[in-house]
Design a protein around this ligand. Sequence first.
Ligand code: 5GP
Ligand code: ZN
Length: 116
Amino acid sequence: MPSPQDCIFCQIVAGAAPSTIVHEDDRTLAFMNIAPAAPGHLLVIPKAHATDLLDVPSDDLAASARTAQRMARRVVGVLGADGVNLVHATRPVAGQTVFHVHLHVLPRYLDDTIQG
Ligand code: 5GP
Ligand code: ZN
């Protein structure tokens, strides 16, 4: 597991790695996924490093959920998504590949080909 010093999402928070930020507040950041599964696929993170759902303080989890709801409203209202999946993976067996806790805000479209 990477330490915060070499965590790519901590580097994005610090402005040391590039990203397309779409929302920022005191606790959270939302930015475009570098490999979107659908147009408008966003990631929401707490700014403070935590590894996963088991580890994240409840205040940061609540703030991240609020930001995810804002982003879901935005992808529906602005991008015209027909629905949204809110996705999270804790640990590799569940599909986690970046070990800074994050929520995927995945816009869904009537004609998309995403399974599930
Ligand atoms: P996970 O697989 O852990 O649920 O999700 C990690 C997500 O982070 C993946 O969808 C991947 O495309 C995205 N990702 C990985 N590295 C970067 C990066 O450097 N910048 C951005 N914007 N997204 C990243
Ligand atoms: Zn981090």
